[in-house]
Design a protein around this ligand. Sequence first.
Ligand code: FES
Length: 144
Amino acid sequence: MALDYQPKIVGFLCNWCSYAGADMAGTSRLTYPPNIRIIRVPCSGRVDATLVTKCFQQGADAVLVAGCHPGECHYSEGNYHARRRFTVLRELLSFLGIEKDRLRLEWVSAAEGKKFSQLVSEFSAEIAHLGPRKDNGKAAGGSL
Ligand code: FES
């Protein structure tokens, strides 16, 4: 595998916690790999199978979903829905021929800029180690 391989990661961050955590990382001048494309969503519970499979269809190497810690969702139970959905989505990805580890769910609060920075660095390294998708985007109905 080429050493310059940079995975394309889509990050769905909940507006109230994780997006603010990413912002905190930025204002604290913490660095993380630039290969994550951040999409702000109202709540982690908003991220459904359509959004995730669309990312893979469009050529993403991995998807990160980050939301408020359990018990802190601004919509009460959105992150619990996200957690339940996450388990099913990983199985769906496996069915589509995409490694489950390419989808990750994490809790990041507005004060956890350092955690966000470390999470993106770690996830990016893991996906780089996995390499490009073996299905070349075909399993999810798209192309790279
Ligand atoms: S508002 Fe952040 S996970 Fe629901």
